[in-house]
Design a protein around this ligand. Structure first.
Ligand code: URA
Length: 207
C-alpha cells in the first residue's frame, strides 16, 4: 500500500497560508519556504534507522543511538532548490544531487536535460520538489534516481494535488510521499488549486 504522510502541524499550515498569498514577495516567500522545508524534513527523517554506538560522556561509557547513515537529498530543478536550504539545516552533511527535466511540447513526455547525483546505491534518498501537480516530472525524476539503485526513496513536497499523488503512487508504489497539504485539484493548465502559483517563479522572482 503506497504511503502518504500529510504533515499536520500548525506552523506548517500557517507558513503555507503566507506563501499562498499573492502579495507575498519573493524574499519573504523564500524565507517561509526554507522554514517550512526545515519542519517537513523533521518529519520525513522521522523513521531513519539508528544504531547504538559506544561513546564516552563526561561521566561514563554508554551505548547511544546514532544515524546509520545520512540520507542523500535530490532536488528536482529548478524549484526543488528552494527547499534545499531548509532541508540541509536539519541534515547538514547530506550529499545533494540535482535532476533537471523539461516537458517536450510535442510528446508531453518529461525529457532529462541534467543529472548529477552523488553515490546513492544502497542509500535512502529524499527527492524534493515544492509542488506535486500532475506527478509527471516527479515520476520521471524517480526513474532517474532508481537507475543508481538506492535502498529507498522518499518524496518531499510542500503541496500536492490528489491527481499527482495518484499518478506518483501508480508509477512508484514503493515511494512514500510527505507533503505539507493536499489541495483541491489541478486546473486545466496543470496548476494546483488553490495552490500558490508557479513555485519557481515565486522563489526566483521570474514570471
Ligand atoms: N508547478 C508549480 O510551480 N505550481 C503548480 O501549481 C503546479 C506545478
Amino acid at each position: 500500500m503506497p504511503e502518504l504522510h500529510v504533515v499536520d502541524h500548525p506552523l506548517v499550515a500557517h507558513k503555507l497560508t503566507q506563501m499562498r498569498r499573492v502579495e507575498t514577495p519573493s524574499e519573504r516567500f523564500r524565507q517561509l519556504l526554507s522554514e517550512t522545508a526545515l519542519l517537513l524534513t523533521y518529519e520525513v527523517t522521522r523513521e531513519l534507522p539508528l544504531a547504538d554506538v559506544r561513546i564516552t560522556t563526561p561521566l561514563v561509557e554508554s551505548d547511544q543511538p546514532e544515524l546509520v547513515e545520512e540520507p542523500v537529498v535530490v532536488s528536482i530543478l529548478r524549484a526543488g532548490n528552494g527547499l534545499l536550504d531548509g532541508v540541509l539545516r536539519v541534515i547538514p552533511s547530506a550529499r545533494v544531487g540535482h535532476v533537471g527535466l523539461y516537458r517536450d511540447h510535442d510528446t508531453l513526455e518529461a525529457v532529462e536535460y541534467y543529472c548529477k547525483l552523488p553515490p546513492v546505491e544502497g542509500r535512502t534518498v529524499i527527492v524534493v520538489d515544492p509542488m506535486l501537480a500532475t506527478g509527471n516530472s516527479a515520476a520521471a525524476a524517480l526513474d532517474v534516481v532508481k537507475r543508481d539503485r538506492p535502498a529507498a526513496i522518499r518524496f518531499l513536497c510542500l503541496l500536492a494535488a490528489p491527481e499527482g499523488i495518484e499518478a506518483l503512487h501508480a508509477a512508484h508504489p514503493d515511494v512514500a510521499i510527505w507533503t505539507g497539504a493536499v489541495d483541491e485539484c489541478l486546473n486545466e493548465v496543470g496548476y494546483i488549486v488553490p495552490g500558490l502559483g508557479d513555485a519557481g517563479d515565486r522563489i526566483f522572482g521570474t514570471t
